[in-house]
Design a protein around this ligand. Structure first.
Ligand code: NDP
Length: 321
């Protein structure tokens, strides 16, 4: 005898600020949301120390605490939070169609609406020496790991706002920060560039890339290369921070949802609607521009409202028993 497939009104995939905000709104609208947390419950903010720019926290709040509180708030209205990964999807094309989601490569569930809030992950250079030393001094999050290199010499790769912000953060706790920028200029905002330039212990190298990360078990140094002259130089460091951008976690939707060339899900107009009826995208999975907790939360709210309105307009097919 085959088991009955679980049918849910709203499934939220991902547990960052977008997912939890969607959950709060969906639960209050009686959509009985079920959230699958993904591999990193709480999302990117759980690897952040202080969040100083989320409105309503005049003293700031640490990322993990904020995520626990968001979860409590979502659960207070009846969201069911399940630890698990959505590993495959079969999104329906028809209006009012049911979407099938595979959980942990095993169980299949059905959803009338799906809210995607799978976020984005940090990019790496993918040099063999960098990959080998991940966790041994190579990190993609200065605010998470910078503390371990207090008073030491470190390097950071990247010239965007993230790199500039993390370089200033590191300059406060480390002895010296070498910043490697592959172009002859920084992409970061003028304000961030000014901040980086004003810190005396940040040494900026333009037109510079990593040739090899040195060290056997842990990072001991770096060989950098000037991409204009070919000149190589070695420096001693104990920590290397990679800050070269993020990749959206949208692989399972490829071929089913419209995306841009870098994998960010495309949404319609000012809404969170995707090209599939009943499927909504929020947070960093659809935003490469702002990528802030507060903007992610805003789009999570929009996704829940869009899902509620969608459900009010469609007739749902009968469950197959
Ligand atoms: P960005 O894509 O803006 O910048 C990535 C940086 O990494 C660029 O300097 C890029 O160089 C460099 N880079 C990419 N690949 C490589 C590589 N293989 N080797 C060496 N360097 C590489 O990413 P960010 O994470 O910095 O920012 C993403 C978005 O988030 C931006 O819109 C930014 O403004 C925003 N943001 C805002 C903040 C704030 O307002 N407080 C804080 C942090 C981010 P190149 O320029 O040559 O392509």
């Amino acid at each position: 005898m085959s088991e009955k497939i679980e049918r849910l009104k709203t499934v939220i995939i991902g547990s960052g600020p977008a997912g939890y905000t969607a959950a709060i709104y969906a639960a209050r609208a009686d959509l009985k949301p079920v959230m699958y947390t993904g591999m990193e419950p709480g999302g990117q903010l759980t690897t952040t120390t202080e969040v100083d720019n989320f409105p309503g926290y005049p003293e700031g709040i640490d990322g993990p605490t904020m995520m626990v509180q968001l979860q409590q708030q979502a659960e207070r209205f009846g969201t069911e939070v399940r630890i698990g990964m959505v590993t495959a999807v079969e999104l329906s094309d028809e209006t009012g169609g049911i979407h099938k989601l595979t959980i942990d490569d095993d169980k299949v569930i059905e959803a009338e609406t799906v809210i995607i809030s799978t976020g984005a992950s940090a990019k790496y250079l993918n040099l063999p020496s960098e990959q080998r030393l991940r966790g041994g001094g190579v990190s993609a999050c200065a605010v998470c790991d910078g503390f371990f290199y207090k008073g030491q010499d470190v390097a950071i790769v990247g010239g965007g706002d993230t790199a500039a912000e993390e370089a200033s953060y590191l300059a406060n706790i480390c002895n010296k920060v070498t910043m490697l920028i592959r172009k002859d200029h920084m992409r970061a905002s003028k304000a961030m560039q000014h901040r980086v330039n004003s810190l005396k212990n940040i040494d900026i190298h333009y037109n510079t890339e990593i040739d090899e990360v040195l060290g056997d078990q842990v990072v001991e140094g770096l060989r950098m290369v000037n991409n204009q002259t070919g000149k190589k130089e070695e420096i001693a460091i104990t920590g290397l921070f990679i800050a070269i951008g993020h990749t959206p976690n949208t692989g399972i939707f490829k071929g089913q949802l419209d995306m841009d060339e870098t994998g960010y899900i495309l949404t319609k107009g000012k809404s969170t609607k995707t090209n599939k009826p009943g499927v909504f995208a929020s947070g960093d999975a659809q935003d490469k521009e702002y990528r802030q907790a507060v903007t992610a939360a805003g789009t999570g709210c929009m996704a829940a409202l869009d899902a509620e309105r969608y459900l009010a307009t469609v007739e749902t097919p009968e469950e197959v028993v």
